[in-house]
Design a binder for this molecule. Structure first.
Ligand code: AMP
Length: 234
């Protein structure tokens, strides 16, 4: 964490992190959430948790996820709203991977409104599509804590255990090339309209994600510090 700069959300407000599959959301999100002092809520991680636990939601989501399709909006919205109702999300959360469609964005705005909250800022980690497939192909994910590594850009330990929790690193089934290409197409078709929705509201900030991890991190922090409604504490 960068010393001396903690960005805090003052009321119940949500920050969104958008990015195509492979844009680096997972790598940046934990750090950002820590900086904002709000929980990191990743829809993909929650769904994988439900799968591992064998819940009805997990079993329903499985086939959509393995072929790179989106899980139906209604299921994902309920899952996220329930998560936002947990005590640790009293002040909000950093949503990563949600909303993924225009319908989810509208529903999120409505549900937050009912709770006296709002989306305060939407960050888009922008990476050109050609770079995405290469990034995902070398990606390794911790089975336990979901930390992500990359053979070239963020190498894992030689024994392929997680540097954070010592869990076993695996290559996700949906990181296979043909599935990745499908996920990128779905991002363009379904998620870009959700991003535009926040652009229209004037709360979207685009960050060039096609750079080394530290540079992207610094830009994200500078962007957050630049937003009037964020208070910088030392
Ligand atoms: P991710 O870890 O964000 O790449 O998500 C992995 C998979 O989970 C996606 O390819 C979808 O099948 C599913 N998923 C995650 N978030 C959502 C969402 N907001 N809406 C629908 N499906 C989702």
């Amino acid at each position: 964490m960068m010393e001396g700069h903690n960005v805090v959300l003052d009321t119940f407000a949500v920050a969104l992190l958008f990015g195509a599959p492979g844009a680096g959301k997972g790598t940046q999100a934990a750090y950002l959430a820590e900086t904002l002092r709000i929980p990191h809520i990743a829809s993909g991680d929650l769904l994988r948790y439900h799968r591992a636990a064998g819940t009805l939601l997990g079993r329903t989501a499985q086939s959509f996820m393995d072929r790179g399709s989106l899980v139906p909006d209604a299921l994902v919205v309920e899952m996220i709203v329930q998560r936002l109702d947990q005590p640790d999300a009293r002040r909000g959360g950093l949503l990563d991977g949600f909303p993924r469609t225009y319908g989810q964005a509208i529903e999120l705005d409505e549900r937050l409104g009912e709770r006296g909250g709002e989306v305060r800022i939407a960050l888009h980690l922008d990476v050109p599509p050609r770079a995405l497939v290469e990034r995902l192909a070398g990606r390794w994910t911790c089975q336990r804590c979901q930390s992500v590594y990359h053979e070239r850009f963020n190498p894992p330990r030689p024994d392929f255990t997680c540097a954070v929790c010592r869990g076993v690193l695996i290559q996700r089934a949906d990181d296979r090339r043909e599935i990745v290409e499908r996920r990128v197409r779905i991002f363009q078709r379904e998620t870009v309209p959700a991003i535009r929705h926040y652009e229209t509201q004037g709360i979207l900030r685009r960050i060039d994600g096609d750079r080394p991890i530290d540079g992207v991190r610094a830009s994200l922090l500078a962007t957050l510090a630049d937003v009037e409604s964020f208070e910088l504490a030392s």
